[in-house]
Structure formats: C-alpha cells, structure tokens
Design a protein around this ligand. Structure first.
Ligand code: DX5
Ligand code: ZN
Length: 215
C-alpha cells in the first residue's frame, strides 16, 4: 500500500479547516507542509503559525518540507508548532548528518531532500541517518508544475541502495505527481506520493486516495 501526502499549499486557505477535515475523512496518511522563505526558493508560503493552526485541526502526521536557506534556525519553532517530521535540503547542508541528529534530539523524524538537478548518488551515503528521502520531481517554489520524468531512475537507485543496505528510510516524491505518473513512481520504489494540485483540485478526492492506497 502506498501513502498519499496532500500538500496543503494547494488547499483553499479560506476554508482551511474544512479542507483538512475532508482529507482526514478520506484517510490520507499525512499532510505535507511546504515552507518557503523567498530565498532558497523564489516564493514565500507560510510559517509556524499556520502549522500550529493545522495541528489544532488534525491529529494526522505532519510532514514539514523546509525550503529554507537556514532551516536549522526554525527547527524548534516547527517542532513546537506540531511537525512530526522535518525535511531540509542537501543543497543547503552538504554535510547533513549533524542536522539529522539535531532533529532527533528535538524528538521528531528527519528527512533529506534533493532538487531535480542534484544527482541521487550525492545523497545515498547519508540515507542511513534519515527517516525519509524526499526526491523533488519539480524545482521547488510553486505548486502545479509539470512532473520531471528524470526522477524515476533516481527513485530506482535510492530503492536499490535502501534495500541492499537494509535501511528503513522511506522514499517520498514531490512535485507534479498525479494519477498519470503515480503508478510509475511506486513501481520505481516510492513509498509516499505528495499531491498538491492533484489532490485538492481533484473532482473525486476519494477515488484518488483509494487509487494511491491500492498501488
Ligand atoms: C513545490 C512543493 C510541492 C508542491 C506540490 O515547491 O515542494 O510540495 O506544493 O504541489 P503539486 O502537487 O501541485 O506539484
Ligand atoms: Zn514539498
């Protein structure tokens, strides 16, 4: 069974509570929270205050994707706001292990992410320190972009590394994931599919959620 992580960025913020509760009723596995600083990525989204609000609405696992130039400055704030897992980018911390340890010390899981132009080989040696690998299938900054196919062999390489080394790191794919490419991501070895536009703009969220769970 594959997992679905709706990206709240694509929700209708005027109806945030309803949007979250509707996703919960359908049995989504976690919420993916895209945090952007206008520096690491060319867009600004929301911060710990909104994460705290979301945490008041739901008991579901909160996965915070920090697209920040100095993510460690905000680890504690996001933990206090209710994040259960925090992902940061290898692009900003090429030696990421101490930051994984800092997250564990704060009592949350640790994730590491790479952009589409970073070879997957760069991140493989660090996977044993992380609970989650987030492979970007778009250049981060905006929802609603087109899925970049080059992520498929990266998923396969990460799956191979994780399995041959007996690691428990899970693989998440993020960016342009929808019904047309979800099965290929899972066949390549992905465990969790982030879906922003595909989930929140779907005419049938229930069928979409069930179809991901059936993969
Ligand atoms: C991109 C974000 C993604 C994005 C996904 O910067 O990291 O999580 O919101 O949205 P869709 O599924 O619309 O590409
Ligand atoms: Zn994301």
């Amino acid at each position: 069974m594959s997992k679905i992580a709706p990206s709240v960025l694509a929700a209708d913020f005027a109806r945030l509570e309803e949007e979250i509760k509707d996703a919960d009723r359908l049995g989504v596995d976690m919420f993916h929270l895209d945090i952007m600083d206008g520096h690491f990525v060319p867009n600004i989204s929301y911060g710990p205050g909104i994460v705290r609000t979301i945490n008041r609405i739901t008991d579901t696992f909160l996965d915070a994707h920090l697209m920040l130039s100095e993510p460690e400055k905000y680890f504690e704030a996001f933990v206090k706001s209710g994040a259960d897992l925090i992902t940061f980018h290898l692009e900003v911390h090429p030696d990421p292990e101490p930051y994984a340890a800092a997250l564990r010390d704060l009592g949350v899981q640790a994730g590491i992410s790479i952009n589409p132009d970073m070879p997957v080989e760069n991140v493989l040696p660090f996977l044993r320190h992380f609970d989650l690998l987030l492979l970007m299938s778009v250049f981060p900054g905006f929802g609603g972009q087109k899925f970049i196919e080059d992520v498929i062999p990266k998923i396969e390489a990460a799956r191979h590394h994780i399995d041959t080394n007996g690691l428990s790191t899970v693989i998440q794919v993020d960016g342009g994931v929808d019904g047309s490419n979800a099965a290929r991501c899972v066949e390549a070895g992905a465990d969790i599919l982030v879906m922003g536009t595909a989930f929140f703009r779907s005419p049938d969220r229930k069928a979409l959620t069930e179809s991901v769970h059936a993969l």
